[in-house]
Design a protein around this ligand. Structure first.
Ligand code: PEP
Length: 252
């Protein structure tokens, strides 16, 4: 099955109003000539209004990097999915390995965040992936399965109908070490098969991104793999030409 590619940028805690303005303009303008690839930028919360203002009416969507699991309430410092919708977000990343590692987010909590996002009409991007130690210990599949199964148990496989999964090996994030296309394909196949064991149709339509040091010079090879449906891009999403070149590699 030929799935349309999605290239999503994860800006993390970088940038500022001035720097973002140039980046958003360049991505918006560059994407105008790439109608057959989906593109999104996930920006820090304070810049959602800027993303909305710059990207409305373009073919670049925007989103956030985290969301709270509750609809509303006394959760100082947190942001709800409805608030993200207020700023026109289409996507939200949940369970990024940095959130799991630095903020102790469990797979169960990530699944709750996923559900809150979906309930509000957002498309969650569920990040899964193993550490180097786990890969070397031969437990990559067990780790990815636990992260995926937590969602399927809580929300049912139907939750994956309008969702994105991003396979991001922790050892490849921000390290310059990319998984080889074969290594990534192997885990993507595992994810698709695991979803297929519940529902074949949902599995074949599922958008599975690869993330981990994707750059302009390795994107085409990764995107050529049958189960890699695009990329979640960190560092390279902060450089317009590099990000656009990655998007170009996603064109059908
Ligand atoms: C990420 O943070 O999701 C990521 C993939 O980062 P990088 O592309 O910099 O490895």
């Amino acid at each position: 099955m030929m799935r349309r590619k999605l290239v999503a940028g994860n800006w993390k805690m970088h940038g500022g109003l001035t720097q973002n303005a140039g980046l958003l303009d360049a991505v918006r303008d560059g994407m105008a000539s790439m109608p057959d690839v989906d593109c999104a930028v996930c920006v820090p919360f304070p810049y959602l209004a800027q993303a909305q203002q710059k990207l409305s009416g373009s073919n670049v969507k925007w989103g956030a990097q985290d969301v709270h699991q509750s609809d509303k309430g006394a959760f100082t410092g947190e942001v709800s999915a409805a608030m993200l919708r207020d700023f026109g977000c289409s996507y939200v990343i949940v369970g990024h390995s940095e959130r799991r590692a630095y903020y102790g987010e469990s797979s169960h909590l990530v699944a709750e965040k996923f559900m809150a996002a979906q309930k509000a009409g957002l498309t969650p991007i569920l990040c899964v992936g193993e550490t180097l130690e786990q890969r070397e210990g031969g437990v990559t599949e067990a780790i990815v399965a636990e992260q995926l199964d937590a969602l399927i148990q809580l929300a049912g496989v139907q939750a994956l109908r309008n969702a994105v999964v991003a396979y991001e090996p922790v050892w490849a994030i921000g390290t310059g070490k990319t998984a080889t296309s074969a290594q990534a394909q192997e885990v993507h196949t595992f994810i698709r098969r695991r979803v297929a064991s519940h529902d074949g149709q949902i599995a074949s339509g599922l958008c599975i991104l690869y993330g981990g040091s994707v750059k302009a010079n390795n994107a085409a090879e990764l995107f050529a793999m049958p189960d890699i449906d695009g990329g979640l891009i960190g560092g390279a999403a902060l450089v317009a030409d590099e990000f656009l070149a990655i998007c170009r590699a996603g064109q059908i």
